[in-house]
Design a protein around this ligand. Structure first.
Ligand SMILES: Cc1ncc(COP(=O)(O)O)c(C=O)c1O
Length: 413
C-alpha cells in the first residue's frame, strides 16, 4: 500500500509534469513502470501456490510495460497476431503466451504455432477444426489446449463476458457449441487437453462469481472424470475508480480457499489468472492543456487539446480524478470539452469545481493505464498523444499503439 502512495505522488510531481509538457507538448500519457511492479507483487502475494500470472496484453501496449512484465517473468494473455508481434518485437518468449481468439482462424493458429506459442484457448467447434488443421500442418509437439467455457452467467461486473450478451467460449446447454461436443472434437483431433478457461468480465465487484465458476467447472470435471492440469480463471480484478471495490487480498483469499479445497479432491493443478486492468490502470496519467474557454448557457466551458477517447470516464464507470496545474487558486466551476468536431466529445459534461484553470494551464487525469490509449481515435487528424514512461529515474518517449500497427508483420509465411 505504501508503495502505491509513493508512486502516485511521483506521478503527480507537478514540476516534472510541467517540464515534460514544455519539452514534449501536450497531450501526453505518462506511465510509471514501478507501479506495475508493485501491483504485480501485491497480486502475487495473495495467490495460492502453483499460480501463474498472465498479463492481459490488450490492456496497455506500451513497450516498457511489456518489457516490465517480461522481466517479472509473467505469462501473456494474447488475442491477435498483432499482439503476438508486439511481444516478439519486445523480446518476449512466445512459449509464455496463452493465445485466445474469438475469430479462431486457421491462419492465426498457424502463425502462433510457427512462432512458438504452446498454449491455446479454444471456444467453438469451428475453431477446434481450424486449430486441428493448423496443428497438422505446423506440428503441435508440446502444445496444450484449454477449452473456454461459461460456467456462470449474470456476473456482477462493469463489463460482463458471460450469458446471452456474450460471444465468448462454449455453453453447458445442449447446443452445437456445447462443452460436451467441443470436448469430443478436441479428443477426436488428438489434441492435448490441459483444462478449462473462463473470463467472467471486467471490474468484477466481488470474489463470489469466481468461487461459483470454479465450483461449477470442477464439479463438472469430477462428474465426467476429466483430468484438469490447468484452470485459467481469466482477469477481471477491479480497480478503485472512485467507487469502493473489495481489496485484491479478498479475491486472493476466496479464490485460494476454493482452489485448495479442489486440489484435495483432484490433486494439484495450475491456477492461472489473466489480469490487465488491475496491473496497469494506476500506472498512467494523461496530461492535456486547456486551449480555449467560453461561457454559454450559463456555464463555463474549458476546451482542452485532448478528447473524450483519451480518458476513461464513462467507458469505465469512473469518478473522475483531476489534478490542476494552474497559475491561480481562484475556484472555478466548469465543464471540460475535447477538441474534436464531435458533439459527444465531452470529458466532463456537468460543471465541476476546479482551482483557477484558464487557457495555458494543465489538467492531469489519473488512472488512465488500462484500455485507454489503445482506444484513441484518428478522427480530425490531431496530434497523437505522446507516450512517456518514467522508470529507473529517467523519462523515455515510447511508441503510441498507432505507430506500432504499421510495423506489425502478421502474415503467415
Ligand atoms: C480472455 C481475457 N483475459 C483477461 C482479460 C483481462 O481483463 P481485466 O483487464 O479486466 O483484468 C480480458 C479482457 O478483456 C480477456 O478477454
Amino acid at each position: 500500500m505504501n508503495i502505491r502512495k509513493e508512486v502516485i505522488f511521483k506521478m503527480m510531481d507537478k514540476e516534472l509534469i510541467s517540464r515534460l509538457a514544455d519539452e514534449h507538448g501536450t497531450p501526453f500519457y505518462l506511465v510509471d513502470c514501478e507501479s506495475l511492479v508493485s501491483q504485480y507483487e501485491e497480486l502475487k502475494e495473495c495467490l495460492p501456490s502453483n499460480s501463474t500470472i498472465a498479463y492481459a496484453t490488450k490492456a496497455n501496449y506500451t513497450p516498457s510495460v511489456i518489457r516490465t512484465f517480461r522481466d517479472l517473468g509473467t505469462r501473456f494473455d494474447v488475442f491477435s497476431q498483432g499482439e503476438l508481434n508486439l511481444l516478439m518485437r519486445n523480446g518476449c518468449d512466445l512459449e509464455r503466451v496463452i493465445y485466445t481468439s474469438v475469430a479462431e482462424q486457421e491462419e492465426e493458429f498457424l502463425f502462433g504455432l510457427k512462432n512458438g506459442v504452446r498454449r491455446f484457448v479454444l471456444g467453438s467447434i469451428n475453431g477446434i477444426n481450424n486449430f486441428g488443421r493448423a496443428a497438422e500442418r505446423e506440428g503441435a509437439e508440446g502444445v496444450e489446449v484449454l477449452l473456454r467455457i461459461q460456467p456462470v452467467t449474470n456476473v456482477d461486473a462493469a463489463v460482463s463476458t458471460s450469458g446471452i450478451e456474450s460471444k465468448f467460449g462454449v455453453v453447458f446447454s445442449d447446443e452445437k457449441d456445447s462443452v460436451g461436443n467441443t470436448l469430443e472434437a478436441i479428443a477426436e483431433r488428438g489434441l492435448d487437453f490441459a483444462g478449462f478457461h473462463f473470463h467472467l468480465g471486467s471490474q468484477i465487484r466481488s470474489p463470489d462469481p469466481y468461487v461459483k465458476a470454479i465450483n461449477e467447472t470442477l464439479d463438472f470435471a469430477l462428474a465426467q472424470d476429466i483430468e484438469v492440469r490447468v484452470l485459467d480463471v481469466g482477469g477481471g480484478f477491479p480497480v478503485d475508480y472512485g467507487f469502493e471495490v473489495p481489496p485484491i487480498e479478498k479475491f486472493g483469499a476466496e479464490i485460494g480457499k476454493v482452489i485448495e479445497k479442489w486440489r484435495k479432491k483432484l490433486g494439484d493443478f495450475e491456477l492461472t489468472v489473466e489480469p490487465g486492468r488491475f496491473l496497469t490502470a494506476d500506472s498512467t496519467v494523461l496530461v492535456v492543456r486547456v486551449v480555449n474557454e467560453k461561457e454559454m448557457y450559463g456555464r463555463k466551458v474549458l476546451i482542452v487539446d485532448g478528447s473524450e477517447d483519451m480518458v476513461s470516464v464513462d467507458r469505465h464507470e469512473m469518478r473522475i480524478e483531476i489534478e490542476e496545474i494552474t497559475h491561480s487558486n481562484e475556484p472555478v466551476a466548469a465543464s471540460i470539452a475535447g477538441n474534436l468536431c464531435h458533439s459527444l466529445d465531452w470529458i466532463v459534461k456537468e460543471p465541476i469545481e476546479l482551482s483557477g484553470v484558464e487557457p495555458g494551464d494543465l489538467l492531469v487525469f489519473e488512472k488512465e493505464g488500462a484500455y485507454v490509449m489503445n482506444h484513441n481515435m484518428p478522427y480530425n487528424l490531431r496530434r497523437v498523444p505522446k507516450v512517456l514512461t518514467v522508470g529507473e529515474g529517467e523519462v523515455k518517449e515510447e511508441e503510441h499503439p498507432f505507430s506500432t500497427i504499421g510495423k506489425i508483420r502478421v502474415a503467415y509465411e
